[in-house]
Design a protein around this ligand. Structure first.
Ligand SMILES: [Zn+2]
Ligand SMILES: [Zn+2]
Length: 421
């Protein structure tokens, strides 16, 4: 117990962090480019927020939340996703006050009590966008373009973009009736999950992963054939903007979102090489959510990208950088007399912005040189007892093998020139 983490968690060690930082930097860079501001909300919220903001009937809320009572007797939940929390913050911090559009992004851990499998952990990480305020399809296209360009900036290829419209509270109720009528006499044959969806959420039957449900719903009427005028125009607009941006996509009528506050645009980006877990980005419009969370009626749209899956995709395409632990300068004290002058020299180097290190364990010259070689040092500054007494340094160029005795000041000047050049 003490030496293994909880099931479904993963330690990201320094050798992996290099690629995590690259992915997170790519996310921050593209959000700067598209004028989205970073927001960092707490990792736990009042449980009520997720009951309202995700929906009490969803699998996430019913089976997957990390909910506990804190010492004050309040029910809190580790966030299973971040849209509800961002909306809560948007309302609480009045982020709408000085702008027509509030464009936000986040990067951070999410928590779901789920069956762990490849690319799916109980603590996982998401990069997400929320654009709150604008109602028109150009912002839908903007965040889809942003997501696609994010993946491309990491070198990922052969992504599939799929879009759909899930309608709105005006046109969806009629569609539900038509869909239920189609499925009525097949109801008993559906999987257990879909039988319970039949009344509360029949659209989700369309994207059930069970083969038999897929077969039974083949030929079912489609939402896109039942859209109201406003939703039809919105979808046509989105398609125009995506085409203007040069994106290729498929219209997938089976791409659905379960809850009432989801409206119009739904989209997903898949990386097919990941197999069953190929969705790397899912998003959609949620024009009813902010009202559901207690705010004024305000449109919004967002997406979330699972970063573990992005890294798996990069691994498949051999895009991950190998770990290299590089330290350009090592300061090497020999004997206890030399440690203090070595420490002072090291401090001066670091103050000049020269990445450098020294051994703190009193190891032999040989093992310190080995360490310097392993980290691709360009120079080592050796301080033996003689050098310590005379405030000098033996500076060794590791590629030529040349070594020179000089004053500490001279060594610093030379390293400064070499490292900046
Ligand atoms: Zn509609
Ligand atoms: Zn099913």
């Amino acid at each position: 117990m003490l030496t293994s983490g909880p099931r479904g968690t993963h330690d990201i060690t320094p050798s992996e962090m290099k690629n995590w930082r690259r992915v997170e930097k790519a996310a921050r860079d593209i959000c700067d480019l598209y004028h989205y501001g970073e927001i960092r909300t707490p990792i736990f919220e009042h449980t009520e927020l997720f009951l309202r903001g995700i929906g009490e009937t969803t699998d996430v809320v019913q089976k997957e939340m990390y909910t506990f009572t804190d010492r004050g007797g309040r029910s809190v939940t580790l966030r299973p996703e971040n849209t509800a929390a961002v909306v809560r913050s948007y309302l609480e911090q009045k982020l709408y006050a000085d702008s027509q559009a509030t464009k936000l992004f986040y990067i951070g851990p999410m928590f779901r009590y789920d069956r762990p499998q490849a690319g799916r952990l109980r603590q996982f990480h998401q990069f997400g966008i929320e654009a709150i305020g604008p109602a028109g399809p150009s912002v839908d296209a903007e965040i889809i373009v942003l997501a696609v360009r994010f993946f491309e900036s990491l070198g990922l290829k052969d992504l599939n973009l799929m879009i759909n419209s899930v309608g709105c509270p005006k046109c969806r109720p009629q569609y539900r009736v038509v869909l239920q009528e189609f499925l009525q006499d097949k109801k008993e044959e559906l999987c257990e999950n879909c039988q319970s969806r039949f009344d509360r959420n029949p659209m989700r039957i369309l994207d059930c992963k069970e083969e038999k449900c897929n077969r039974l719903s083949t030929g079912a009427p489609q939402m896109i054939d039942c859209l109201c005028e406003e939703c039809t125009e919105h979808l046509a607009g989105l398609r125009q903007y995506l085409e203007a941006a040069g994106l290729t996509y498929t219209l997938n009528p089976r791409l659905v979102r379960g809850l009432d506050y989801y409206t119009k645009t739904a989209f997903e980006i898949q990386y097919p090489l990941l197999g069953a877990q190929s969705a790397v980005c899912g998003g959609g419009r949620y024009d009813g959510l902010i009202e559901e969370c207690g705010g004024p009626s305000t449109p919004g749209i967002g997406f979330a990208i699972g970063l573990e899956r992005v890294l798996l995709a990069m691994e498949k395409q051999e895009l991950l950088d190998p770990f290299d632990d590089v330290v350009p300068v090592w300061v090497i004290p020999i004997g206890s007399m030399s440690v203090l002058p070595a420490f002072s020299l090291l401090n001066r180097l670091r103050e000049l912005g020269i990445p450098s290190d020294m051994d703190h364990a009193g190891r032999s010259l040989k093992s310190q040189m080995k360490q310097a070689n392993r980290t691709q040092a360009r120079y080592v500054a050796i301080i033996g007892e003689d050098e310590a007494r005379t405030n000098q340094v033996t500076l060794k160029n590791m590629s030529t093998g040349e070594q020179l005795l000089m004053s500490a000041d001279e060594a610093i000047n030379q390293l400064k020139q070499e490292m900046n050049g």
